[in-house]
Design a protein around this ligand. Structure first.
Ligand SMILES: [Ca+2]
Ligand SMILES: [Ca+2]
Length: 84
């Protein structure tokens, strides 16, 4: 059960990307309350040039906000980006 190079690379890549996501999160969290609300989420998507309608953004927001408290916290954000 030898760990091959690509598995190692995969393991190394992960923490780096989480760090990256924390930075993304901090940038998206415009008022620094450690939550991304719907307004901030829309701005984030606009910044990413995501061509989404108001309705699609709302749906996306609700998908990420898994505990349904009306805001995306860091954990939900990271889970969203790292699922798939
Ligand atoms: Ca915020
Ligand atoms: Ca939430």
């Amino acid at each position: 059960m030898a760990m091959n190079k690509s598995t190692e690379a995969e393991a190394l890549r992960h923490p780096a990307s989480v760090q990256e996501l924390r930075r993304e999160f901090a940038m998206a969290d415009l008022d620094n309350d450690n939550r991304i609300d719907l307004e901030e989420f829309k701005r984030l998507l606009e910044g990413l040039r995501a061509d989404m309608s108001e309705h699609e953004m709302r749906i996306g927001f609700q998908e990420i906000d898994t505990d349904r408290d009306g805001a995306i916290d860091r954990e939900e954000f990271i889970q969203w980006w790292t699922s798939d």
